[in-house]
Ligand binder design. Sequence first.
Ligand SMILES: [Ca+2]
Length: 313
Amino acid sequence: MSPRKTIIDTDPGQDDAVAILQALASPEEIDVLGITAVAGNVPLALTQKNALIICELAGKPDTKVFSGCAAPLQRKLVTAEHVHGKTGLDGPTLPDPTMALQDQDAVDFIIDTLRSEDAGTVTLCALGPLTNLAAAFNKAPELVEKVQEIILMGGAYFEVGNITPAAEFNIYVDPEAADIVFKSGVPIVVMPLDVTHKALVTATRNDAFRALGTPVGIAVAEMTDFFERFDKEKYGSAGAPLHDPCVTAYLIDPDLFKGRHVNVEIETQSELTLGMTVADWWGVTDRKPNATFIGDLDADGFFSLLTERLARL
Ligand SMILES: [Ca+2]
C-alpha cells in the first residue's frame, strides 16, 4: 500500500508533538503533505512555533508548516496552560526553530490541497480544536466530498469531560466547528477520552522512550514527565494519557483499535453541557451513524509501535 496523503492539523501540545514525531517517522504509511497549526492548548503564536520546533527535533526541517486560525469560529479562545505549561511544550529544553512558516494560510493550504489532489486521497488528522477544518469546509463546501477520511482526537462518552464535567477540551473550545465537521458527511474516526485514557505512559513505557538515548527519545520522556503530573493529580492514573498519538497510530495500524460506527452529535447551545459529544453508543436513536467512535486499544501494541517509530528519528 502506498502511504496515505495526510494533513496534520494540530495545537502542540506535548501529546501533539509525539503524534507529529510518530507521523514523520512513518513515511511508509503516512505522507505528511503539511502541518497546519491552530489555536488551542496555547495561543496560535505558540502552537505554530511548537510545530516548527518538533519538525526540527525530528530532523525534518523540510516539512511544510502553516499558520491557521487564531480563534474559534464564534467564541473566545480557551487555552490549557494548566495542563501543557506556559509554552505548550514544557518539559524538555528545545532550541527555537530556524525553519520558517509557509507564507500560505493553513485554511487555504487545506483547500488548495483538496482541490489539486484526486478525490478520496487526502486524509485530515485533527489533533486540536476543529477550527481550521471547519473554516476550510465553510470556504469551499464543494471540496468536502473529496476528503478521504477525518481522524480526530476529541470528545468522550463514558469518560465524559476533562475541561468541563461534560466536555472534552478540543470539542469544547470550538463546538460550532466540531458541529460542522460531524455534519459534513466525511467518514470520521474519533479518538475520544474513552480510548486515549487507556494509552497511559507508565513509568516502564516512559523509561523505554528515555532508553532510546536519542534527542527525540529523551525529549519525549521529558515531555511526558511534565504532562503526567497533571493527570496523576487529577485522575490518580498511572501516567499521562497520550491522546493525539492515538490518531497517528490508527493511521499506521488501525487493528490496534476497537470502536463502533455510531451517530455523534455536538452540543452547541447548552451552557451546562456545551461541547459535549453525544454519542449514540447503545443505538437508542434512529439517528444516522456518522462516525467510528473508538473505545478500546491494545495499549502494549500501541506503545511498542510508538517506541519503534520514535527510535527511527
Ligand atoms: Ca492536541
